[in-house]
Design a protein. Structure first.
Length: 321
């Protein structure tokens, strides 16, 4: 059940063979980063404050749940918040635009944009990989808001006022293509906060819902279907909670889940467990039918929370609107 970034967790012959290319990749990235560090290029700063939740690796580390947590924390502190994501895999990713309010189609806007809107229905959302343009749009429409970026730590053309990087321990710390790292771990020097470290990111709630949003129990036996970065972690979590996974189908991260032969027998004999991110795409299929679909979702929290709230508040106060 290995997929996504998990394929790099097992050190193998391929890792050794590809390691010289990883070294070349790392040197190339360090050269690019140096053009900004030495002032040959200067990042744009069309809006303040910009808070980025990023990582160094390919695949899931919990950026979107952390972005959701930060948005709710900042709203509770009386801050205006605008979320931003790349819209990966969708036509909306090509530039940047303010998404309309209301539910978003994963096909049109990307699965992470649809998930952010589903989780934060009242928070304005700017979608697109041109992050400087996204910041310009934020300043134009929401000049006093905190622009909260889901991913984008490697987007050096945009200046970040607060950079929070999720970097959980990994056996393989090589860069692509021999490892999962999009840049060398030297990049952590650009971060204002690395999790885990001074603070810890913990799962605070694990919920199971039906397709109508009602809370339901986790089944004892189930099938699983997902297109996420770390599917084996999902299976391990489910089985650790007492749900035996009988069969599964695992697609690459951000797969549109639009294949005509996607279902097979999944969800006919046993309940089918999917993530909320994947449900954003599956709910658009006309052949969902009457399958017993259980949607799993989890929330995260930074601990100790009071100290973290003080930390982020002080950082934002230093930046100003």
């Amino acid at each position: 059940m290995t997929g996504g970034s998990e394929m790099w967790e097992r050190l193998s012959v391929a890792t050794i063979v590809l390691s010289p290319f990883a070294g070349l990749y790392a040197l190339g990235w360090l050269g690019y980063e140096a053009t900004y560090r030495w002032g040959l290029k200067r990042p744009s700063a069309p809006h303040h404050p910009v808070v980025c939740v990023g990582n160094l690796t390919v695949g899931g580390t919990g950026k979107t749940p952390t972005t959701r947590y930060l948005a709710e924390l900042l709203l509770g502190m009386g801050r205006e918040v605008v979320a931003s994501c790349s819209g990966y895999g969708s036509a909306a990713a090509e530039a940047a635009q303010v998404a309309p309010m209301g539910p978003l189609s994963a096909h049109t806007w990307g699965d992470e944009a649809a998930l952010l809107r589903y989780s934060l229905p009242e928070v304005p959302l700017i979608v697109g990989r041109r992050r400087v343009l996204a910041a310009e749009l934020c300043h134009q429409h929401y000049p006093r808001a905190v622009l909260l970026m889901d991913d984008g730590f490697q987007h050096l053309p945009l200046a970040k006022d607060v950079a929070i990087v999720l970097d959980p321990p990994r056996r393989n710390r090589l860069c692509l293509p021999a490892g999962p790292y999009r840049e060398p771990r030297l990049g952590l020097r650009r971060a204002d906060l690395v999790l885990p470290g001074e603070f810890e990111l913990v799962v605070s709630e694990f919920l199971v819902r039906d397709r109508h949003g009602g809370e339901v129990p986790l089944p004892q036996n189930a099938d699983v279907l997902c297109a996420i970065g770390r599917p084996a972690s999902l299976v391990a979590t489910l089985e650790g909670l007492g749900c035996r996974i009988e069969s599964g189908r695992f697609r690459p991260d951000h797969d549109p889940l639009s294949a005509g032969n996607l279902w097979g027998d999944l969800g006919r004999v046993r309940p089918l467990v999917v993530t909320t991110k994947d449900w954003m795409k599956l709910r658009e299929r006309p052949d969902v039918g009457e399958r017993d679909i259980r949607i799993v979702d989890y929330s995260v929290r930074v601990q100790p929370e009071d100290a973290f709230r003080t930390w982020i508040s002080q950082r934002l106060d230093e930046v100003g609107p």
